[in-house]
Structure formats: C-alpha cells, structure tokens
Design a protein around this ligand. Structure first.
Ligand SMILES: [Zn+2]
Ligand SMILES: [Zn+2]
Length: 69
C-alpha cells in the first residue's frame, strides 16, 4: 500500500491518501488539495506530491507518522 501525508507538503492537516498505485494516491491527493485547501494542482506541485508518495512499509512512512503525532 502506498500513501501520501498532506502534512509532508507543509499543511497543518491530518489527511493521508492511500492506494495500491501511485496514480491512485495522486488522484485522491489532488482531489483533497482542491476541495479542502482550494489549491490548484500545478505540474510542479504534482511532481512534488509524486515524490512524497511512499510505501507504508518504508522508513519515509515511519518518519511521516512520527512527525504527524
Ligand atoms: Zn490536507
Ligand atoms: Zn506514509
């Protein structure tokens, strides 16, 4: 399972998008950014989000969870 933590882009937000594929997580994240944060997802932002999506068994995930708690 892959996921994306909204807080990893500097938002004060608990949202975590989850999915089996990067594209799936990205689609959820984009919807969330637009609906909740009223952010326009530019190609640059999408690239940044893509970079921050990680596997939920990775060290990066453990770091994100630690940061979020
Ligand atoms: Zn958020
Ligand atoms: Zn994670």
């Amino acid at each position: 399972m892959k996921d994306f933590h909204c807080r990893d882009v500097g938002m004060n937000c608990e949202f975590v998008a989850r999915g089996d594929a990067t594209e799936e997580v990205l689609a959820q994240t984009e919807r969330h950014a637009e609906q909740v944060h009223h952010m326009k997802v530019t190609p640059e932002l999408e690239e940044k989000m893509r970079w921050l999506i990680h596997d939920d068994s990775s060290d990066a995930h453990r770091e994100s969870v630690k940061r979020n708690s």
